[in-house]
Design a protein around this ligand. Structure first.
Ligand code: FAD
Length: 288
């Protein structure tokens, strides 16, 4: 099933993101994550792609195949073109197809200083077009409610996003954000620009002050006052921060759904307990 077919059915799509286990973790730790997520029955699960290294690339494919064939949940494999040239893409798509994985998130990626970048595709839009012209995959792409860090302004950001959709992206997943007004304004800009594919809102529950500061510095998301106060008050109290972070994410999601968003993409950080708690709290909201 192509993921874009999930939308427009009168309920909010709910999806989860997982990442391949770190080298220091046992590979089968992913089973614990997926076992925990399967009870939530997300509409699909996406698997991130490391910015280089064949082992990571294979792991993304293997986990996507596991989700699709063993857990019987649609999988979306992320694929970055800084890490993959034409031959890598061809091989990876052939392997995914053989494994029954039908959906990819086509990305440019960020250069990993440990691996020289591949240069066959300069931007994600070129990868999107390449895949759509050759293969029968569902192709999704990334979008940025507050603009991508490298974009000089929001206008050029939307213009390039429109090009990516015109190149064949059928569904967009957003970068994390903490202020829903940023997402609603982005949605309006996108629709005015004629971007009419389903757009999922990316939500990351705040569970640790350190990791959220790292994420924010990497992706440029801004922290609204309400969240800054939570971090200041509970930052040194992990259990309290966890409760407040989950409550914040649930509040964000219920407001987004009330505002008519088509899908919620939860960055699970491989923490199925948190994902389950959030999914359980929005199960009726999603169906309205
Ligand atoms: P692009 O769409 O190519 O955009 C990159 C920049 O170039 C933007 O500023 C854009 O405006 C600009 N641009 C685009 N086209 C043109 C053009 N024709 N001319 C001039 N400028 C242009 N990274 C990973 O390494 N692995 C992952 O698994 C991963 N998953 C992600 C999932 C999501 C949902 C998101 C939002 C991001 C993810 N990332 C991942 C991070 C992503 O790789 C980075 O944000 C990267 O910097 C941009 O990737 P992109 O596909 O959005 O790039």
């Amino acid at each position: 099933m192509k993921l874009c077919e999930l939308f427009g059915k009168g309920r909010t799509v709910f999806s989860c993101e997982v990442f391949p286990p770190k080298k220091s973790d046992p590979v089968d730790s992913i089973y614990k994550t997926l076992d925990g997520l399967k009870d939530i029955r997300p509409d699909f699960i996406s698997v991130t792609f490391g910015a280089g290294g064949s082992q990571v690339n294979q792991t993304t494919r293997e986990i996507a195949a596991l989700i699709e064939n063993q857990y019987h949940i649609p999988a979306m494999a992320h694929l970055t073109c800084v890490a993959a040239g034409r031959e890598d893409v061809d091989r990876l798509l052939a392997d995914l197809k053989a494994d029954g994985v039908e959906n990819v998130l086509a990305l440019r990626g960020d250069v990993n200083p440990d691996y020289p970048p591949k240069t066959d595709f300069k931007y994600a839009g070129e990868l999107v077009r390449y895949i759509r012209e050759r293969e029968n995959f569902g192709v999704s792409a990334a979008c940025y409610p507050e603009g991508h860090l490298e974009s000089p302004d929001l206008v050029s950001d939307i213009r390039h996003l429109k090009e990516k959709v015109d190149a064949g992206a059928q569904h967009l997943v957003s970068q994390l954000f903490f202020d829903n007004e940023d997402f609603f304004r982005f949605l309006e800009r996108a629709r005015i620009a004629g971007i009419n594919v389903p757009i999922e809102a990316g939500i990351m529950p705040v569970l640790s002050a350190r990791s959220i500061q790292r994420m924010v510095s990497m992706c440029g998301a801004s922290l609204p006052g309400k969240l800054t106060r939570i971090l200041a008050r509970y930052g040194d109290h992990p259990e309290a921060l966890r409760e407040a972070g989950i409550a914040y994410a649930i509040d964000q999601i219920s407001d987004l759904i009330a505002g008519g968003v088509e899908g919620i993409h939860l960055y699970t950080m491989n923490n199925p307990d948190v994902a389950r708690q959030i999914a359980g709290s929005i199960s009726s909201i999603r169906k309205v």
